[in-house]
Design a protein around this ligand. Structure first.
Ligand code: OGA
Ligand code: MN
Length: 212
C-alpha cells in the first residue's frame, strides 16, 4: 500500500528530523488519495460534521481569535479507503522514527481541518513545557495539505519559527505554502508556528505522534 516514492524517502525524512527537527516532503501520498481526502473534508463540512476547534488542555475552550479552523477527529477503526492509505504511511513512518531515533512513539492522533477564507491560527506551540508528564505527550507534529491548484498568492502559509523554544526576539521563520500532497513534520515541543489567513478555504490533515 505504500508508494515507492515514500519508501525511498523514508530514511531521509527521519534523518532530517534528527538533524534539524523539521522536515518538508512533497508528494507524500498518491495524488488521487489527496483528492479523496479533500473531498471528505468538503462532504463532512456540508453535513455539518466539522466542529469548531478548541484550544487548551481540554480542547473545550473556543477562541475564534486564536484559531479559526473546524476539525474532524479520525478514528482508525472507521477509516475510509483514503484514510487507510494515510494511516499505513504514518504507521511506517512511526516505526522508522522509533527505530532510528528511539522516540518511543506509541500512537497517532489525527484530524481533518478546514480553515475558511480569512481564518488562521495565531502563533503557538503544540506542547507546553509545563504540561502534565503523566499524560501522553505530543512529540511530533505532522501536517498534510490537501489544496489543489494552490497559488502562493492565496496565502495560508504555515509560518514555522526556527529559533527553537523562544517566542522572542522575533525569530527567523520559514513560510510553507499548503499545496496538495505536501507534508510537514516538526518537533512539537520545539517550534512555535502559526497559520496565516488565506484568500480561499484551506484544508489539511493534521496529526501528532504521542510519547508517554
Ligand atoms: C495545528 C497547526 C498548522 C497548519 O493544528 O496545531 O498548527 O499548517 N496547524 O495547518
Ligand atoms: Mn500547531
Amino acid at each position: 500500500m505504500l508508494t515507492e516514492y515514500f519508501a525511498q524517502n523514508l530514511e531521509q525524512m527521519v534523518s532530517k528530523i534528527a538533524q534539524h527537527g523539521v522536515c518538508v516532503m512533497d508528494h507524500f501520498l498518491p495524488p488521487a488519495t489527496i483528492v479523496e481526502l479533500a473531498d471528505e473534508v468538503i462532504s463532512l463540512s456540508v453535513i455539518s460534521k466539522m466542529q469548531v476547534a478548541g484550544t487548551g488542555r481540554t480542547h473545550k475552550t473556543i477562541n475564534k481569535d486564536l484559531r479559526g479552523d473546524s476539525i474532524y477527529w479520525l478514528n482508525e477503526a472507521e477509516a475510509t479507503s483514503a484514510q487507510q492509505v494515510y494511516f499505513a504511511h504514518m504507521e511506517t513512518l512511526r516505526q522508522q522514527l522509533n527505530q532510528d531515533l528511539y522516540l518511543g512513539l506509541f500512537a497517532l492522533e489525527s484530524h481533518l481541518a478546514l480553515y475558511t477564507a480569512g481564518t488562521g491560527y495565531k502563533k503557538h506551540i503544540d506542547r507546553f513545557k509545563g504540561s502534565d508528564t503523566t499524560q501522553p505527550q505530543r512529540q511530533i507534529s505532522c501536517i498534510l495539505y490537501l489544496n489543489q491548484d494552490w497559488q502562493d498568492s492565496n496565502g495560508g502559509h504555515l509560518r514555522l519559527y526556527l529559533n527553537p523554544k523562544t517566542e522572542t526576539p522575533e525569530p527567523l521563520h520559514l513560510d510553507i505554502s499548503p499545496v496538495a500532497g505536501r507534508f510537514v513534520m516538526f518537533l512539537s515541543d520545539t517550534f512555535y508556528h502559526e497559520v496565516l489567513p488565506a484568500t480561499q478555504d484551506r484544508m489539511s490533515l493534521t496529526a501528532w505522534f504521542l510519547t508517554r
